[in-house]
Design a protein around this ligand. Sequence first.
Ligand code: SAM
Ligand code: SF4
Length: 334
Amino acid sequence: MTKSNILTDTFGRKHNYLRISLTERCNLRCTYCMPADGIQLSPKDHLMTYEEIYTIAKEFVSMGVTKIRLTGGEPLIRKDAALIMEKLSSLPVQLTLTTNGVIVDKFIDHFKKCGIKTLNVSLDSLDTQKNKEITRRSYFEKVYQNIILLVKEGFLVKVNCVLMKGFNDDEVIDFINLSKNLPVHVRFIEFMPFDGNQWNMERLVSLQEILSKVHSNFEKNDIVKLQDAPNDTTKSYQIKGYQGTFAIISSVTNPFCDGCNRIRLTANGQIKNCLFSSKESDLLTKLRAGESIIPIIQNAVQTKFKVRNGMDTLEKFNQSDMHSNNRSMIAIGG
Ligand code: SAM
Ligand code: SF4
């Protein structure tokens, strides 16, 4: 196998998009992500240093990775986050990040310096009180203002909103209307099951339910279906005349595994070949032992399932024990 096809799996999917989690910690406590009693954090010396992150990323780039997303936990609370961004920006990749937006205002110049042009910012409610309830913290105003600041500073902002029935599903239209005068890209994410997040199918707001809300609120001719790129996880739309767009990420009811090009690296240096896989491959130990990490990467890619770690039907996916061996989302890096 040549270096250039190590990242191609047995179904012909080329994994050119690496998502690196910088930390398991966060300044918010979103109920769907972080269990109520927290998580067991990895000991500090089990976490990748910035040099190790750079070395691993460089290896992935030499195998064909062209896009790197920094995530977490909250990537920006890591003390050396700025340094990591700077190091990675020297690689020939599109560098981006997913953040809860609380402290992005402190990094505006740094993002520009590192060539970061797009950011995903999480915001699950446009109501201060509901936001407090879901994040278990009070930063709504800060995040909202930071989204506006990012737009003003010329960044492309994708607003990630996890929908949950009876909680924020009544805000679908408000979120779409946010894109009327603000050129943001709102993405509704189906609530996904991870360890400790009390997922059940009844709380999920499906692609079909979201679309039916859209159709009962807007004229058919005003709802424009946009073209999605081959590896996009989204189904994108725009309301005629609106500056921004909206999209739906339907990992549960309509998985997009066929076009999956993502591979994940956790903050403690484990490869995950799928968000829903409990299996991990320990890159960091190999790296620290001075051995090649390529065989580990190759094995992780070659053993990737066709659909959601083998949960190819909704029935299989709906069994809670299928998810209990997996990490909580906060420790995976979404
Ligand atoms: N702290 C950053 C943030 O909140 O954007 C980055 C990490 S967070 C784990 C990455 C993304 O995963 C966020 O957009 C969050 O909404 C999403 N996420 C977390 N738990 C989820 C779940 N159970 N179902 C769907 N999306 C989830
Ligand atoms: Fe933190 Fe992001 Fe998880 Fe919320 S979704 S707890 S902001 S890592």
